[in-house]
Write a new protein. Structure first.
Lengths: 306, 401, 165
């Protein structure tokens, strides 16, 4: 059977629409799991879809004092970044659409660009909550970025390649790397939580302090795009971790199941921890996260060399 | 563009004002706070209340005692029984009416159930302020049990109006006791579990231990009351120091804590809940026999009476003047959390991280409808009260060591 | 008894300011000292310095004296154990000026401003004189808690007057 037309691949399966739909499903799953952990009932499966539709249909309010072009472009740019990042990642157990040497670096760069977009959107809003939120978003970016990058670097060093496809191939043949590189695995999971501002790292959008942080001024389409972008980022990050640490792609169904398990772990963590203050977040990442991942790196290099 | 100018002005002074309220997701009721921040550190706090001022004290002068009883119960939906008790106690004492012991016991039980539901509500709100939503969801689910008790017993979830002039309108039946005891015992287990969580959970302790400290001497001098005072080691509990209806017959144990911080406020409130549960079970099984009401005259003899009631949030003070007619001449209400505003917020807020503000604020359990008045506390660097700054500087230095 | 000790100490402390200290028959746990308005700050300072209780609140009420002249009664409530000790005095309508006790007890500012606004008492030296309770567009020289106040607009029912904002 010949491969379907590349356009169909890009727009429907495994890219584009499929990714959007699945990102909404992941959001639902996360919300539902958190709700059950918190002794609540939780949303219906179509709730995220309904939320998105509502946001897209709603009027978008653009504050007078902002730079209009930036205000409109930033969500689109952020969304585009994560969608592009998904092209390099083996989504749903299907080989990545594009592969080249060094695509891991590009992916990590694109994922960070999304956070920068968020920060810029907040700073552009001139709303005090948004500015404080943006400051915190960017501060947090500097906190988790280095350990998170290191944690993705570890499999790369183990496989001695910067290519995601090569690393996944390598991971398939070996024992699960979550067992051989346990610290890296834990840090990558927590790094995703920091990246997506999931509790307890939700200081940048702590509603009891600064409303919704950087996104306080966003409504309608802009907000919808940012939210979808975050959901897609979640799926991309989970796929990346599952591919690296949980034994490569293998069976696509099994692969999706693995990402669900990772999501469940994140949901459990987020419902059992109290929000960190931004200074505590930074302290945790630099004092514990960075040092541990460096230690893991040392161990890995030692093993490789010896 | 005014907002821009404001921002420019504030940045030129290297200060940034974060307004919270009157409408803000952190606030369930209207209030307005302005935190001046330098980075993440709060250097000044301004509070302004009064968006829900309803003129209840004036309205009370134009109504008769029975009407005023129901009016003051609506000062606050959470501590309505305390307001009713404090007011009607003044009227009864002025009229020289001694209510029957059974009525006293019912009033005390109602007061303790109210304390339970208020503290559980607070536990949820304060946890949410700190971003611990699971505790919020769990404690509010358990609060539902208390609300059910209130609904079954008094017919209403809030504003249950147990008091009538000269007594109470609901009796505690054996059927009620059988129904409530298992629920309370379950609740006691839950409270013990929460106590365990707040004392052992690392992330929760990180956000509460040594946060919002206020020393024993200051607490005493500034006139803080209720759990806020007791968490600073000040043994001030109106149920014990000025025993009133019910508590004169059945004494209650006081709960204090010497650690003076936010965690102590959690511990004191949860331990008080456990005390309340034990107290309710104890009183229910020792209910005195007799009537529920005593006869109360319509016209109250001229005179003055001051009564203090331990509301869930602190000391509730009523000063009632009667001029011998059916209507009171003056009803002065000093609500329970008002005295804590000026003390804890003004002396504790500055020097903390912005992120700690919601928890510090909710630490005193502020009640906006309670404080139907406007407060403005603003203390700059050239403040005459030197101790505040010294204390804060000292605090700040210790904080970063 | 501790309570008797508190009462006696209050009596002792207030003796130099007041000829008229009474314990009302209706409430034996209460003691009222009627003082001269000019002695307010020294009296409060003395209580504060000797650690007698904490300030509960300041109450004002509109009343008449023996001749039927309207006057404002002020009560400074202090609480110590079971005892409520009050420093009280009366201000005739043409002399509604007293000194602030905020230098002694800073937390009194709320209660003082309430009296200023609702009863029109002029408290000199109080740190903050801005509007506390009533709306910003409320007319000057209208004091809603006085007995003479019915509504802002006499032709309208009181409820509408209250919702002036």
């Amino acid at each position: 059977m010949s491969a379907p037309h590349p356009i169909i691949c890009l727009l429907l399966f495994p890219g584009g629409l499929m990714l959007l739909a699945s990102s909404l499903f992941y959001e639902w799953l996360e919300r539902k799991l958190v709700a059950r952990f918190q002794n609540r009932i939780g949303p219906k499966v179509y709730q995220p879809v309904a939320d998105m539709l509502k946001l897209i249909v709603k009027e978008e309010v653009i504050p007078k004092s902002v730079n209009r072009t930036l205000f409109i472009l930033l969500p689109i740019f952020g969304f585009a970044c994560v969608m592009t990042a998904s092209l390099y990642v083996p989504m749903f157990g299907v080989d990545a659409a594009i592969g080249m040497s060094g695509d891991l670096v590009i992916t990590m760069y694109l994922l960070s660009a999304m956070s920068v977009c968020l920060g810029m959107a907040g700073a552009n809003s001139l709303n005090r909550f948004a500015v404080v939120g943006a400051t915190r978003t960017l501060t947090q970016l500097f906190a988790y970025e280095a350990p998170f990058m290191l944690s993705l670097l570890l499999p790369a060093i183990a496989a001695q390649s910067w290519n995601i496809a090569t690393i996944t191939k390598y991971a398939e043949g070996k024992t699960w790397m979550m067992l051989t590189l346990p610290i890296g695995f834990v840090i990558s999971i927590i790094g995703v939580m920091g990246k997506l501002e999931i509790p307890p790292f939700d200081a940048p959008e702590a509603e009891s302090e600064i409303v919704s942080g950087a996104l306080s001024e966003y409504s309608g389409r802009g907000l919808a795009l940012f939210r979808i972008a975050k959901n897609v980022e979640l799926v991309v990050c989970l796929s990346l971790i599952a591919a690296f640490y949980l034994g490569g792609i293998g069976n696509p169904l099994l692969f999706i199941l693995k990402t669900f398990v990772l999501l469940a772990v994140i949901a459990l963590l987020q419902s059992s921890l109290t929000r960190f203050r931004i200074d505590q977040t930074i302290g945790l990442w630099w004092q514990v996260g960075a040092i541990l991942s460096l230690a893991q790196l040392m161990v890995l290099i030692m093993v490789k060399v010896l | 563009m005014t907002e821009l100018q404001e921002i420019n002005k504030s940045t030129s002074a290297k200060k940034y004002i974060v307004p919270i309220g009157p409408q803000h997701p952190a606030l369930k009721e209207p209030g307005h706070f302005q935190f001046t921040v330098e980075g993440e550190i709060v250097v000044d706090a301004t509070i302004r209340l009064g968006y829900v001022h309803r003129g209840i004290e004036k309205a009370a002068e134009q109504r008769n005692y029975t009407q005023v009883l129901y009016l003051v119960e609506r000062v606050c939906g959470i501590c309505s029984h305390s307001h009713g008790t404090a007011f009607i106690q003044c009227a009864e004492k002025l009229a020289g009416v001694e209510i029957p012991p059974r009525a006293k016991a019912v009033r005390a039980i109602a007061g303790e159930i109210e304390r339970l539901h208020s503290h559980l509500l607070w536990l949820g709100v304060a946890s949410h302020g700190g971003g611990f939503d699971s505790m919020f969801m769990y404690s509010w689910r358990d609060r539902e049990i208390v609300m059910e008790i209130l609904e079954n017993f008094f017919g209403n979830r809030v504003n249950y109006s147990v008091n009538i002039p000269g007594g109470v309108k609901e009796d505690i039946t054996t059927e009620f006791i059988d129904q409530v005891t298992p629920k309370l015992e379950y609740l006691k287990k839950r409270m013990e579990y929460y106590l365990d969580v707040i004392n052992t959970d690392i992330t929760f302790r990180q956000r509460t231990v040594n946060i919002g400290k206020i020393g024993k001497v200051e607490t005493d001098k500034l006139g803080a009351t209720g759990p806020t005072a007791r968490a600073s080691g000040v043994a001030r509990d109106m149920r014990i120091t000025r025993p009133y209806d019910g508590y004169d017959l059945f004494p209650v144990n006081i709960v204090t804590d010497d650690r003076c911080d936010l965690n102590a406020r959690f511990v004191v409130r949860i331990k008080e809940c456990i005390e309340s549960i034990l107290y309710i079970i104890d009183v229910m099984n020792r209910m005195p026999d007799g009537e529920l009401t005593a006869k109360m005259p319509r016209k109250i003899p001229a005179g003055e009476y001051m009564s203090s009631v331990e509301a869930p949030r602190g000391e509730l003070f009523y000063f009632v003047r009667s001029n011998g007619t059916e209507n009171p001449d003056r009803v002065k209400i000093r609500t329970a959390s008002l005295c804590n505003w000026g003390t804890v917020v003004s002396s504790v807020a500055k020097g903390h991280k912005l992120a700690d503000m919601p928890m510090i604020l909710s630490g005193i359990d502020p009640c906006f409808s309670c404080n139907d008045r406007m407060v403005q506390i603003s203390r700059g660097k050239n403040d005459s009260e030197v101790w505040t700054w010294e204390q804060l500087r000292k605090y700040g230095i210790e904080y970063y060591q | 008894m501790e309570n008797m000790e508190s009462i006696n100490k209050f009596r002792e402390l207030m003796a130099e300011f007041s000829q008229n200290i009474e314990i009302p028959a209706i409430q034996p746990s209460r003691i009222d000292a009627f003082i001269n308005p000019a002695d307010l700050v020294p009296a409060v300072k003395k209580l504060h310095d000797s650690d007698w209780g904490y300030l509960i609140t300041i109450s004002a009420y509109d009343t008449v004296d023996d001749q039927g002249t309207p006057q404002i009664g002020l009560v400074y409530h202090f609480g110590e154990r079971e005892i409520i000790g009050s420093i009280r005095f009366f201000l005739p309508y043409d002399q509604l000026t007293i000194e602030s006790i905020c230098p002694v007890i800073p937390s009194a500012t709320l209660y003082e401003r309430e009296c200023m606004e609702l009863y029109g008492i002029d408290i000199i030296d109080t740190p903050d004189r801005s509007r506390l309770l009533i709306p910003d567009d409320w007319p000057e020289d209208v004091f809603p808690m006085r007995k003479s106040f019915i509504s802002l607009d006499q032709s309208q029912p009181a409820e509408n007057g209250e919702n002036h904002d």
